[in-house]
Design a binder for this molecule. Sequence first.
Ligand code: KG4
Ligand code: ZN
Length: 346
Amino acid sequence: MRILGIETSCDETAVAIYESGKGLLDHAVHSQIDLHRQYGGVVPELASRDHVRKVLPLLREVMARTDCSHASIDGVAYTAGPGLVGALLVGAAVGRSLALAWNVPAIGVHHMEAHLLAPMLESDPPAFPFLALLVSGGHTLLVAVTKMGCYEILGESLDDAAGEAFDKTATLLGLSYPGGPALAALALQGNPNRFRFPRPMTDRPGLDFSFSGLKTYAMNTLRKQGNDDETRADIARAFEDAVVETFVIKCRRALRATGMRRLVIAGGVGANQRLRAGLAGMTASEKAQLFYPRVAFCTDNAAMVAYTGWQRLQAGCRETDLAFTVRPRWSLSLLESLESNPECRA
Ligand code: KG4
Ligand code: ZN
């Protein structure tokens, strides 16, 4: 079974092809960073228009590189949500139209399920069950994954997502969009001992997160200490250390509470090297294993969408109605469980 994957939920246009037995054949990503940089963040209408421009050329590129004909595609998977409504509609319209024209089934994929399954594309994928820390620009979720398609949300952010907190703090520090990687780069020059930021919600039981206070803490520190280069780097370091230690504390707590021995980290913030190092140290001391996708599959891509669609199409999920819709807000807990996994609680 050969599946075409399309991702257009935010500011990356991406296309990939995944095949049973062979794995990922190829993928391509077009980033809109240059388009949005001058506005300091993603402009939804510009994002949609750019997806319209880029999705078919990318598709042709990937099909040519893999030597795949239309007739060899057995299904089309596209991101149906959560994300920006106009951006999602581009991928959905293209995905559903191609499926109709090629007479193959289509499936709308949940973007966070795709992030969660991205480590499955690596040579040493995690076995079930595992705990997943999903950290992207819009979501922060701690999920117990018992089987393919069986997800129980154990904790989530009550306010800003981790990536959002990185991006907003980066803006305060005068860094340009996208802020996460820029803040991480600045933090490399920071002194870890000058400031200590709080570790939000770690002093009480539970697995939820709150990151909006850290941004305020950074703003107040900046006001008090002055806006020189050294202070900005020290604040970046203190912010990053606070986020990383908060995740380390909560993930350790979740591993102990569930008795699970595997931790997956995925989503854009999963590209953060200090977070990976912090969780690697914690999992080693807990005698647990840590899994993460390569950096290119932490941030948005279509390989994870093609893989997730392949799993769901194989399990018999498909969209038959000619009408289609997208879901800009879509909780992972509302995701339809896989029919092949009747033990799913979701
Ligand atoms: O998963 P993703 O590519 O898109 C969404 O689904 O949201 O995540 C994007 C987020 C942005 O907030 C970006 O700043 C953050 O991931 N990010 C990072 C790093 N690379 C990307 N945050 C911290 N450190 C990084 N190295
Ligand atoms: Zn994403």
